[in-house]
Design a protein around this ligand. Structure first.
Ligand code: FAD
Length: 472
């Protein structure tokens, strides 16, 4: 019997359950799926593909040292299922769970059911894949985070050839897609480890304050997010290293703040796992009645950074170049689209996701909904662009760097966006649009029906952490 390890978004050697358990008999092959339709589906993009291929490259190099390597299967889960059936009559499949978009989930579910007890799915992130219970979730998560890390896979003694293309050969075939994407983060476990160490030991100083600024956060946030998305490091590895160092390091408050976010990561991913419909529907279903029309021209100006509001446009330009921007600015970008532009989040969310190297559907979709006021359990917040502009870039230098046409303009005018012919026209009136949105969103929240549905949402998705579990 041969063991088949199917990799998805867990592209690391250590603490990788499917890879480790699949290797125990030293007779295994490792397969990664390249499904081009997946990379075109809801929010996926070539920049994410590029990052994931850098992770795969390092993993392939490491596997070669233990007699294994990555084989690429070009096709869907359905095609892979047929290929396995034709090629192996005695095999066992190992695969890590992955909470992802509808396109992936449907293929994955069918694949799992076809193989039944010839396949094992390993848990990830401390999610509750079955028997979901919000009241025990935190305890369960803590248990997973404190349990031992899984070791490196065993040496492979299998030398059987398959007709699958090898990773390097496949990469050469598709690498032309990656030209012109130069400034996004680099993938791979060694980069993830460097980021972790430099963050814990140095960069985290004043993390809690600097994280709000788009320029300071570039260096003072961990920048681990795409590594979590593509699994070049596990949340548990980071959590345990953090616990090891906290007693020895300064900046404890910053480190505890970071630790809390590791928990949030999984808390958000669980929401999409529990309710996959969230990819298309608002958490509070009545909120889908709020924004029923959309305006493609307006959305186009927003995503291109041509709204007429310099700070917002600079954020978009920065995101487009680097594939990342800090939390506060992501929230502001989304708030502008959903409140000031009054566009349905379902139309804007995938366009934004495509720009993020770290696109993690569970986090992204939940955050998009929170910043659009459609969860029913979070208080709606409309960000003020002039206030954020003044607070985060008082001198206007960061904005001017990204929008050089404003280099001779007074910062005060840049913040207020009163620029007449010196810049693009504003696509909305901030005050009028915010008042309209506030009236609509708060209007719908008053009814008894809304409150009842909000209670259902809380019971299903609301965090119970404060009551149940200590945070350190
Ligand atoms: C509209 C919107 C969309 C977002 N989309 C994504 C996304 O697709 N992928 C993604 O990883 N994050 C997303 N976030 C959350 C957050 O902005 C990023 O996790 C963070 O900016 C990543 O940078 P970092 O790794 O340096 O973060 P750090 O501040 O160093 O945080 C460490 C880790 O904690 C987790 N984390 C931090 N903030 C949050 C949060 N608010 N919710 C859940 N987990 C969090 C992430 O895994 C992050 O890597 C989104 C936020 C908003 C408002």
């Amino acid at each position: 019997m041969i063991d088949i390890v199917v990799l998805n978004r867990n592209l690391r050697l250590h603490d990788n359950a499917a890879l480790y358990y699949g290797s125990l008999n030293s007779n295994y092959i490792v397969i990664h799926l390249y499904d081009k339709n997946y990379w075109k589906a809801n929010g996926k993009s070539v920049r994410q593909l590029k990052f994931s291929y850098e992770c795969l490259q390092e993993l392939d190099d490491s596997l070669k040292k233990i007699g294994s390597e990555i084989n690429i299967f070009e096709g869907s889960f359905d095609d892979l299922k047929k290929w396995i059936k034709v090629n192996f009559n005695d095999c066992f499949i190992h695969i890590n769970h992955c909470t992802d978009i509808d396109y992936f989930r449907k293929g994955f579910e069918k694949f799992k059911h076809t193989f039944g007890d010839m396949l094992k799915v390993y848990d990830d992130y401390g999610l509750q894949l079955t028997n979901f219970d919000r009241d025990t979730w935190s305890k369960n998560w803590n248990h997973v985070m404190h349990s031992s890390l899984i070791g490196a896979p065993k040496i492979n003694k299998n030398s059987a050839e398959t007709n699958l293309i090898k990773f390097n050969e496949h990469k050469n075939k598709i690498k032309s897609k990656f030209t012109n994407i130069e400034h996004i983060q680099k993938g791979g476990t060694s980069v993830a480890n460097e980021l972790l160490e430099s963050f814990l030991n140095e960069r985290c100083e004043d993390y809690r304050i600097k994280m709000s600024s788009p320029s300071l956060s570039e260096d003072s946030c961990s920048r681990l997010s795409p590594h979590f998305t593509y699994g070049s490091i596990s949340i548990r590895q980071v959590y345990q290293r953090l616990n090891e160092l906290i007693p020895l390091l300064d900046n404890k408050k910053d480190l505890y703040s970071f630790k809390k976010r590791l928990y949030w990561h999984c808390h958000f991913v669980q929401k999409l796992h529990t309710e996959p419909e969230l990819e298309f529907n608002s958490m509070h279903r009545m909120c889908d009645e709020l924004r029923t029309e959309h305006d493609n021209e307006m959305i186009d100006k927003w995503i291109k950074g041509e709204t007429g509001f310099p700070f917002l446009d600079a954020c978009m330009k920065f995101l487009k170049i680097s594939g990342w921007i800090n939390f506060r600015m992501r929230a502001m970008i989304m708030s502008f689209a959903s409140y000031n532009m009054w566009q349905p989040w379902q139309k804007t969310s995938p366009l934004l996701a495509e720009l993020f190297t770290d696109y993690e559907p569970g986090i992204h979709i939940s955050q998009v909904q929170m910043q659009s006021g459609v969860t029913g359990i979070n208080l709606p917040r409309i960000y003020s662009i002039p206030k954020q502009s003044m607070d985060q870039d008082p001198s206007g230098e960061w904005i001017k760097n990204l929008l050089p046409q404003l280099k001779n303009v007074e910062p005060k005018l840049i913040h207020s966006a009163e620029l007449n012919d010196a810049y693009l026209p504003q696509i909305v009136d901030l005050k009028v649009s915010a008042k309209f949105a506030r009236d609509k969103v708060w209007g719908i929240r008053k009814s008894k029906e809304f409150k009842e549905e909000a209670r259902r949402v809380y019971l299903k998705h609301g965090s119970r952490r404060k009551r149940n579990v200590k945070t350190n």
